[in-house]
Structure formats: structure tokens, C-alpha cells
Design a protein. Sequence first.
Length: 213
Amino acid sequence: MKASHVIVLPGGGYSELSDNEGEIVAERLRSLGLSAGVFRYPVLTRHPGPLDAVRAEIRRVRAAGAERVALLGFSAGGHLAGHAALAPSDTAEDRVDAAVLCYPVVSMQLATHRGSQDQLLGTDAGGRVRAATSLDRLVTPEAPPFFIWHTAADASVPVEHAYLLGQALTANAVAHDLHVFADGEHGLGLAVGSGAAEQWSTLAGRWLQAQGW
């Protein structure tokens, strides 16, 4: 079996990194038999700073022996995970083999969750750069498989974001799982005690194992 590793990217609106979406999540993945670690990517940094940093981390992990690399990100970290998985790259060494997005920011064109957009792109970003950093606009048939989960009750990053990505993946025949749980506020992390959403980490772990992790 090929050596595999999951890089966890916490959320925080590109202005901070949320503690409940970091090491505790990596520990949960390791309890499921997966190799996992947290990457503290730069925040309060304009695009492409975070993307470049994640790609450098992917290359580092591969140099350390991982043949397959997955990214698992929350909210803004979910956007970053998807961005690294979907944006064109000049080298195969920073490719992503699978992506797990947890209540992700997907579109930089919607009016919702402008905080992440402003931190990453600036308040005066034009339509071209917003489109070029919107995950649903970046999907191609060559994209890696995705696991996405969200809650219908999320008021900070509406579930519309997840649906946009799901539609783009479907249109391009990209393998994916999309789970929408009825209840749960934004920023659940492992979602312990949050009802049905609590099962996401088990579902994601099984999905990764089915992908060869």
C-alpha cells in the first residue's frame, strides 16, 4: 500500500487559525488509522501567499515519503484545501490526491462570508481574480475526488457554497461525496454532541480509506 498522509488546514477566515479545527482533528484521523498532521498556513496574507505555502508543505510531505496526499480543510481552510486541489500548477510534486472540505468557503463571487474574501483578495478585488479563486469555477475532469460536508443551518457560510461545488464536480464527472446535515452552526470542528453532523469524521475516514488511504 502506498504511503499516504492527510494535511489538516484549520479555518479562521484567513485572519486566524481555529484551535478546534486543528490538532484535535488530526488526532481523530490518527485514531482511524490515518497518518495526519496540522499545517499552520499563513493568515492575514494576500493571495497567493496561503496557496504557495500549502503547496510547499505538500512538496515537503512528499519528500518525506508520502506518495499520496490529501488535504482536509475547514471553512476558509476548506477553501484553501480546494484551491490547492483545483488550481493549475507547474509541478506534479504539489498535486493533491484527495480533498475533504468541511463547511467550506467555495465562491469568492457570492456576497456571503466577505470576511474571508477581503482578507485573501482585498476589498477592491475585481471580478477576474474572484472568479480565478472560486472553487466552483476551477473544477475540471482531472480534479481529484472530493468529500464535502456542510449543515443546512450554517448562517456564516451558507450551504449554497457546498452545492455550487457539488454541481461543478457533477458537471465534470469528478467522484465526490456530499453530505448536508440539517442542524449545526458554523465552526463545529469534530461536531461532538452536535447530532447527525458528529458522524462526519467517521464517514470521511471511511471515504479516505476507500480512496486508498
